[in-house]
Structures are given as C-alpha cells and as structure tokens.
Design a protein around this ligand. Sequence first.
Ligand code: PEP
Ligand code: MG
Length: 556
Amino acid sequence: MEATLRGVGVSHGVAIGEVRHMGTAVLEPPAKQIPAEDAEREQGRARKAVEAVAADLIARGNLAGGEAQAVLEAQAMMAQDPELMADVDRRIAVGSTAERAVYDAFAAYRELLAGAGEYLAGRVADLDDVRNRIVARLLGVPMPGVPDSDEPYVLVARDLAPADTALLDPTLVLGFVTEEGGPTSHSAILARALGVPAVVALPGAGELAEGTVIAVDGSTGDIFVEPSEEKKAQLEAAAAERKAALAASTGPGATADGHKVPLLANVGGPADVPAAVEAGAEGVGLFRTEFLFLDDSKNAPSEEKQVEAYRQVLEAFPEGRVVVRVLDAGADKPLDFLTPGDEPNPALGVRGLRTLLDHPEVLRTQLTALAKAAEGLPVYLEVMAPMVADRTDAKAFADACRAAGLQAKFGAMVEIPSAALRARSILQEVEFLSLGTNDLAQYTFAADRQVGAVSRLQDPWQPALLDLVALSAEAAKAEGKSCGVCGEAASDPLLACVLTGLGVTSLSMGAASIPYVRATLAKYTLAQCERAAAAARAADSADEARNAAQAVLSGE
Ligand code: PEP
Ligand code: MG
C-alpha cells in the first residue's frame, strides 16, 4: 500500500530508490580505568586521532571546494579546539581511556553548546559528527557516514553532517531525506549545490525501513513509500518532462512576454564559479565573503589574499554583474575574533553590518581589497551590506564605501522587517536592495532558521513574507532603483514567478537551480506572474499561497 509523507522539498527533482540509512550510531566506548603509567600513551593516541580526523576533514574540503570546504574546515578547527583537547588530556590523566575521554569531553562541550542558545545548538550536529569520527578512529571501527553500497540508493538520515553531504556521489545517491534541518539550513544549501533531490524536516524519517523503495519529490516535499508502478511512471514522466524543458531553456532569464529578470548565482568563492558559468548565470547576485574568513579563527584574511579571491570571481563575469556582500559574521556564522561570545541571543545581537561598524578596520580592508580587485576590469561591481536595519545603517555603510574609494554601486540587504517597512528611507542612501529572504523569514516569524521544529514558519511562501517583499520592490520602483532576491526563495521556480510578479528585478540562487527557474519563468507572462502574486498574497498560509499561485499559473 502506497503511503505519502510530507516534508519540506529543498532541492528539485525526483528520486526513486531503496532507503539506506546513514551510519550515525553513537559509539559509546566502555568506561574502564587505565593504570597511571598508560596515561601518556593514551594522550598520544587521542592527539593522533584528532589530528588524523582534522586532516581528513580538510582533505574532504579540498576535494569538495566552495562553501562545503569552508564548513569542513570549520569542523576541523572544532576537532582541534585547544580547550577540548586539554579536557581530553585531563580525563585521561585521571584514568580514562583515550576513546572514553574524547567521548566525555565532547559530551560536556555539547551540553554547553546546546544550552547556550539555539544558534549554537545548530552546531551540535557538526560537533557530534566530529566526535563520532574521532571515537571510530580510536576504536578502529568504520567511520560513521554514507553507507557502503555499489547500487544507487536514497540516503535517509536524522541530519546530514557537512562532512558527508560534501562528498556524496550523485551517481550513487539518488536523493536524500532528513528528519531535521530547514529549507535554509546549510545541508539544504549544499544539496542544491550538488543537484541532488532532497526533502528535509520529515518527521519519522528515521523509521523508514532499510531497503524500502521510496519516491522523493524534492519540489513538493512529498515522499511516496512503496509507490505503485503507476505512481512511479507518473513521477518519472513528470521528471522527464521537466528535464526536457530544462535542456531547451538557455539564455537570459525572462518571462514568456520578454520581461527580463536576470538570473544570477550565489557563490561562496572562486571554487563555485565554474558551476555558475555552466548554468548560464548572468552574473553573481550574492558572493558570501565570510567563507574566506573561516580559515583562521584569530585574524581576518590579509588584503592580498582577499584581492586574489575577489579578482578570481570578478574575472569570471567580464561585463557581467557581481554583487559582493561584505562580511556577515555572527549568529549562524560566528567568527571567534569578531563575534561576542557572551550574548544571550546572538541572532538579535551584534552580527552582520553591526559587527563591521564595531570593527571598522575589517570593513576598510575588505572594501579596499574589493576596490583593488576590480581595478581595470569591465565588470559591474556592486557591494552590499548584510543586516541593514535603517537609514543610519545604510548611510554608515555607504560612507565607508566612499571613504575606501570604491567605484561600485552600494546596496543594502533587506533581512530585517524594519528595512522592508522603511525601504524608501534606506534607498535615500544606497542604490539597490537585495532581499535576504532566509533571515527576513527568521526575523519576521521569530523562527530560528537552524531549528527544524519551526521550519513551517521559515517557508518563504508565508504571505507575510510576500508582503514584505512587495513593500521593498514597490519602494525600489518608486525610487527608480533595483530590488533583487538572493535568499533561498529565489530558487523555487514557482515562487520565482511570484517574486517577479511582486516586482522583484533579479533573482539569485545556487547555480543548480538556475535552469529550473529559467525554464519555469519562460512559461508565463508578466501579467500571469502578477496575478499569481496577488493570489498568493491574498492567502492565509504558505500552503494556501503556493496552491493559489499554482492554480493561477496552471489556468485552473
Ligand atoms: C539570507 O539571509 O537570505 C541571505 C541570502 O543571507 P545568508 O543566507 O547568507 O544569511
Ligand atoms: Mg542573511
């Protein structure tokens, strides 16, 4: 009997295959006492295992490149945290084995993180993964992670650690399903980067029996358990139709009646550029520069290092548009040397532009590096600040850009409801807006983007979020300026049509989503998009908004 489950679709496409669960068993080593003379040897074993795991994470990062690399390098740093290592040494000195000491030290640190607020709690999955890797190495058992299989399968997990998603082989992993995570979690972002269909926040995913055949629809979030032959054929036909439409769609983004909507790529650094070029991105709509800052926990990267990275991205889009976001540190992207460690509520504390205004030397170096990187290139450089709350913030950022002699357009991200509500006032200081719908949803609904339990409220189809998008786009139009979307909302093809109908002027997304958005946008006229947008805004919930827009566009 075919059963249907519903999670949150975060990466398009259909995958049909057998369930294989991720090896996440927590290996609890026995608590036995060792004689004092063995302590030094055990401490040496622990250190060697930590170093090997950190080296393995860095090697995986080098292989994966892009945003994945930065995440894996951050995990390697976690493994080598000096305080954690000191705790391991102390535990061994009083009689623990190396594996038990690692297990207990990580458990203590985990408690600290989990109790320290939700943004830190979001890093617990990464920490557990690091611990499991070190303990497995010490016990000489296989590493937890992706199952060993020669046959393609659908990967099911509680949550996917970056170390695993980064190296998923798309020829073997047909798709993935997770119990935790939201549409804007980094697992979802990485899934889209890999081009693997994925559904997250599926309650009970862990109970799907190993070997059961399931069909995953990454566009709708539907999971069909033991699908009938008829259902499989129907899903496969729909997927084939979508693939054919994709192959036929090339060129700049536009509606069926030729209203241009540039389709841009979100990148984390030079490693993401080839995929963006291959997908036909018309430029970069969001260059997340913080990934450059994750290499060193104590210092910002040198001006030279920044010039080099920025230039590589700028050179890839000669005469294209490249929107660089200055450092967005804090909350879900903490940086040890900049982010205060004692805030009760880091997402509401000193983060984004606030951090940079507290550390003007970091902003100055970044802006100077950007000015040097763009020198002599025909590229259209645009520079924007994250987390702009009001006109005072926008002015401070524009002043800093001018002081650095930057020849570029200056813009503000709209990620805080106040910025959408007073967009016209902000536009007195800057030349464009870019909607960061991930954070805008987080702050509109008071729903932490890293917490699976509140993913309903992180759904970018929420009519309240659409209202704020509309307000921003209308303000930009009234000021004769542009207003793009660079949050994950832009990567949903149907929502991309609605955003266009709301007056958004460009859409920026992970490269893998560009062909889907281009193909869907090309099917509808601007007037149809506007009608779909009005229908979505008139709804009372995200699901109703999605259905209403779908009904308008399919002519129901
Ligand atoms: C956003 O918040 O929508 C955004 C694009 O920025 P980030 O996801 O990097 O916070
Ligand atoms: Mg953001």
